[in-house]
Design a protein around this ligand. Structure first.
Ligand code: SAM
Length: 210
């Protein structure tokens, strides 16, 4: 797991400095594109601090945090246990690459959110995300993906290009994704890019609908 996480205490709670920096800007975009009610499925919730903040800010919308990592799930549960309502729902284990996502019991699932996932996961996760979303979301469902992206060979900033090099050096399967390639992959599963929002620190929020 490539995470800049710091253990904040002897408990299971983890904290990602980037998540604290970007949460307010992401929340602004979520308010614009998420429905007012229903349940949001968050993939790759990591530490869980976003889930806690977004659940509190966006209620009565319900927030379902998930991750493939047991350490992340423990951290999400630890942060959640300390939060007064409205808190996120209990975290679930979900690996995007699995065929069956464990959300079929949730009747009012409306949206999927993934923050800082696509560049730290193999390219197959991109297709899995859009295919999985097509299976679990309703026809008017929305996908919101935040992170650093490139446009072809344009990395938007030298910092992003350096970050891409570091990721690829660590694992050749990782790296910043091309918005056009992600858009093409999304289209295979029936999703169209509905909005592209420039974010602080050379990141983007991409919004997908059917
Ligand atoms: C950089 S962290 C981002 C965490 C959090 N969203 C944030 O912004 O702080 C990437 C997360 O993606 C998760 N992840 C990686 N591959 C995954 C997969 N195939 N399915 C689900 N989660 C995955 C990791 O476990 C990790 O928690």
């Amino acid at each position: 797991m490539i995470l800049n996480l710091e253990t904040v205490s002897a408990s299971d709670k983890l904290q990602a400095p980037a998540a604290l920096r970007n949460q307010a800007a992401i929340l602004d975009v979520l308010r614009r594109y998420l429905p007012a009610a229903g349940t949001v499925l968050e993939l790759a919730s990591g530490s869980g601090t976003h889930a806690c903040m977004f659940a509190a800010a966006l209620a009565p919308l319900k927030w379902l945090p998930t991750d493939q990592s047991e350490a992340a799930l423990k951290s999400i549960a630890a942060w959640r246990a300390e939060q007064a309502p409205p808190a996120p729902l209990a975290p679930r284990h979900l690996d995007c690459l699995d065929n069956d996502w464990p959300v079929t019991d949730i009747a009012d699932l409306k949206a999927l959110v993934a923050v800082n996932l696509l560049h730290v996961a193999p390219w197959a996760v991109c297709a899995a995300l859009f295919n999985g979303a097509a299976q679990v979301l309703p026809a008017d469902g929305v996908i919101i993906i935040y992170g650093p992206f490139r446009r072809g060979e344009d990395f938007i900033s030298s910092g992003n290009q350096q970050f891409d090099r570091e990721l690829r050096a660590r694992d050749a399967q990782l790296g910043l994704r091309d918005i056009a390639e992600v858009t093409a992959q999304a289209a295979v599963a029936g999703w169209r890019l509905a909005a592209e929002v420039a974010m602080p620190a050379n990141n983007f929020t991409l919004v997908w609908q059917r």
